[in-house]
Design a protein around this ligand. Structure first.
Ligand SMILES: Cc1ncc(COP(=O)(O)O)c(C=O)c1O
Length: 341
């Protein structure tokens, strides 16, 4: 439950820093990070680089900026990147790559597993001909709307990109959820990618921040784009300290969020709601035949905050306990009792 007393299931971005996290933020050693002199930022970048097996990291204010800087670093004006139709990078980041970098998106539909079919990707790569944009990059997302990419798929996508001379970027906003859900290390989840953006401000519970990771050379380029896009922060160690705390304390516990999501899905299914299979911390409920506004107001009366959507997403996170899940099921029951036949 959040400090407003509500069980907020709209997203894992609503998590609030715990008092222990706030304490490390308060006591963080800081310096001017634009001069590269903030010891806590430097430590966060080094720790995450070491955990992921990447050479270098770069702390960013947000996942949107981290993805944007990655795209700007991989692609020049008029270059093309292949991306999912529903990918955050393409659909939910204001078209930043096109607006600011003149980078041409080539969106493709995801398959049921949240993957981009590599035969379709191959067919979308443009020939080397002046009529076409230069296809430079493939961007994947993991987890993708809660779906976890298999390690086999990741390996074949990495191999495919090497074969076709494409760079490969991962929007790994929830890459730690993917690692915990598949019982593998974060290094395995991001293995072979040229760049990965990891968010600290989602299930990991930090108030703000993402880290872009890649080779030393790539991060050198990204550093310039971070400056250009206004992401150079000064005494950012206060924020990085929250990220370090999150990496030390909040990774393994993501398993609880996944268990809670499964419990919620089973409870709603038993009430007659149409629920998609759960892979990590997201539960999708088909509300196309329901009065979503009425559902939203009914559950809010019992302290449960949800979005109003035909394709309702409920997200579990460190502010949601097993008891909160049971309260949510009861709140949905109040709706189903009143409105189901
Ligand atoms: C998959 C994914 N990528 C990137 C982002 C962007 O992160 P931010 O909100 O920090 O810009 C989000 C945000 O919810 C996301 O869900």
């Amino acid at each position: 439950m959040n400090s407003d007393g509500l069980i907020d299931l709209r997203s894992d971005t609503v998590t609030e820093p715990s008092s222990a996290m706030r304490k490390v933020m308060l006591n963080a050693k800081v310096g001017d990070d634009v001069y590269g002199e903030d010891p806590t930022v430097n430590r966060l970048e080094a720790v995450l680089a070491q955990m992921t097996g990447m050479e270098s990291g770069l702390f960013m204010p947000s996942g949107t900026q981290s993805n944007l800087v990655a795209l700007l670093s991989h692609c020049a004006r008029g270059d093309e990147y292949i991306v999912g139709q529903q990918a955050h990078t393409y659909k939910y980041e204001g078209g930043g790559a096109a607006a600011l970098g003149a980078i041409v998106p080539q969106p493709l539909d995801f398959n049921e597993a949240g993957e981009l079919d590599l035969a379709m990707v191959k067919a979308a790569i443009k020939p080397a001909d002046h009529h076409f944009a230069n296809t430079r990059l493939l961007a994947l997302e993991n987890t993708m709307q809660g779906k976890v990419l298999s390690i086999d798929y990741i390996k074949s996508a990495v191999q495919f990109c090497a074969q076709h001379k494409l760079a490969i970027h991962l929007d790994g906003a929830r890459a730690f959820n993917a690692a915990v859900a598949s019982g593998v290390t974060i290094a395995q989840v991001v293995g072979g990618f040229d760049s990965v953006s990891i968010c600290l401000s989602k299930g990991l519970g930090a108030p703000v921040g993402s880290v872009l990771l890649g080779s030393k050379e790539f991060i050198h380029t990204a550093h310039r784009w971070r400056k250009i896009t206004g992401g150079g922060m000064r005494q950012a160690g206060i924020l990085a300290a929250a990220g370090l705390y999150a990496l030390e304390n909040n990774v393994e516990r993501l398993a609880e969020d996944h268990q809670n999501a499964e419990r919620l899905a089973q409870g709603l299914q038993a009430l007659g709601f149409k629920v998609a299979p759960v892979y990590s911390n997201m539960v999708y409920v088909d509300c196309s035949n329901l009065d979503t506004k009425k559902l939203q107001t009914t559950v809010l009366r019992m302290g449960v905050k949800i979005s109003s959507s035909d394709h309702l997403r409920l997200v579990t996170h460190l502010g949601i306990t097993e008891q909160d899940v049971d309260t949510t099921i009861s709140a949905f029951k109040a709706y189903s009792t009143a409105y189901f036949q």
